[in-house]
Write a protein that binds this ligand. Structure first.
Ligand code: ATP
Length: 249
C-alpha cells in the first residue's frame, strides 16, 4: 500500500435528485500527483460526482475527503486547495484574455505582486501568445478553453477538477489541451477530469474509474483494465463490463 496520503477519498457516495439516483454507493481514491479520469456515458453521474468533490453539491449519503478534509464539514478549507472548471464555463467576452486572467486573479490575492505572478503563470499555461491582447469574443472555442484552463491552473491548486475539459473541441484543439494538462500535471498538481470520450481519457490518465448509471463498474490503470478484460482499449472494456441493452438509458 502507498504511504502517500490520498488526495481524494470517495466512500459509498450517493446522490439523489428527487426520484433520480445520480450516484449509488460510489467509492474510489485518487493518489496525489496523478491524473485520474472519471469516465462514463451521458447521464452516468460524472458531473454530480465532481460537483460534490468541489463542495458545490451535498451528498445524499456517503463521504468525500480532499487531502483529509471532509468536503461538507470543511468546505471552506477544501475550496482553498482546489480549482474547478465546469463543463459549461464561459469567460467574459468583452474582456481581452489577459484582462480576464487579471480579473480572475483579484479573487485569489490582494497582493499586486502575487496577482502579477498568477497572471504570468496563466499567460504561460494558456500558450495564447499575442492573442491574449484580443477580446475573448474573437476567440475560437479551443482558445477559450485554453484560457479557462489557464485560469483554473494558474493558482497552482493542489487538486484541479476539470469537467469534460475537451468537450466540443476538434481533434487538434483537444490534443493541445491534453498536452497542457499533461505538462501541468508534472508540477505535482493532482488532476481529476471527466469525459465521455474513453479513448481520450485512456491516453491522458494514470488511472480511471468507469461509471454507468451512477454506479462504479471498474477502476484501475488503463492497462490493468485492458488486461483484466482482454480488451484492446477502454471503449472495449466498457462494452465488455456493460453490454448495451434496449432497456438501458
Ligand atoms: P453528461 O456527460 O451528460 O454531462 P454526467 O455523466 O455528467 O452526464 P450528471 O450530469 O451527473 O451525469 O447526471 C446524472 C443523472 O442525474 C442524470 O440522470 C441527470 O438527468 C440527473 N440530474 C443531474 N442533475 C440534475 C438536477 N439538477 N435535477 C434532476 N436530475 C438531475
Amino acid at each position: 500500500m502507498s504511504t502517500v496520503p490520498e488526495a481524494v477519498v470517495v466512500e459509498r457516495l450517493s446522490r439523489n435528485y428527487g426520484a433520480v439516483q445520480a450516484l449509488a454507493e460510489v467509492s474510489f481514491g485518487i493518489r496525489q500527483g496523478e491524473i485520474f479520469g472519471l469516465i462514463g456515458p451521458n447521464g452516468s453521474g460524472k458531473t454530480t460526482c465532481l460537483r460534490i468533490i468541489a463542495t458545490l453539491l451535498r451528498p445524499t449519503a456517503g463521504s468525500v475527503t480532499v487531502f483529509g478534509l471532509n468536503v461538507v464539514r470543511r468546505a471552506t478549507e477544501v475550496r482553498r486547495l482546489i480549482s474547478y472548471l465546469p463543463e459549461d464555463a464561459g469567460a467574459y467576452r468583452q474582456l481581452s484574455g489577459i484582462e480576464y486572467l487579471r480579473f480572475m486573479a483579484t479573487f485569489y490575492s490582494r497582493d499586486s505582486d502575487e496577482r502579477d505572478r498568477l497572471v504570468e503563470t496563466g499567460r504561460q499555461i494558456s500558450d495564447l501568445g499575442s492573442r491574449l491582447s484580443d477580446k475573448v469574443a474573437t476567440y475560437s472555442k479551443g482558445m477559450t478553453r485554453r484560457l479557462l484552463l489557464a485560469r483554473a491552473l494558474m493558482t497552482a491548486p493542489r487538486l484541479a477538477i476539470l469537467d469534460e475539459p475537451t468537450s466540443g473541441l476538434d481533434v487538434t484543439s483537444s490534443l493541445e489541451l491534453r498536452e497542457i494538462i499533461k505538462r501541468y500535471a508534472r508540477t505535482g498538481t493532482t488532476i481529476l477530469l471527466s469525459s465521455h470520450n474513453m479513448l481520450e481519457v485512456e491516453f491522458l490518465s494514470d488511472r480511471v474509474a468507469l461509471l454507468r448509471q451512477g454506479r462504479l463498474i471498474e477502476t484501475g490503470t488503463p492497462s490493468e483494465l485492458r488486461q483484466r478484460h482482454n480488451a484492446s482499449n477502454l471503449e472495449d472494456v466498457f462494452l465488455k463490463v456493460s453490454p448495451p441493452t434496449h432497456t438501458r438509458r
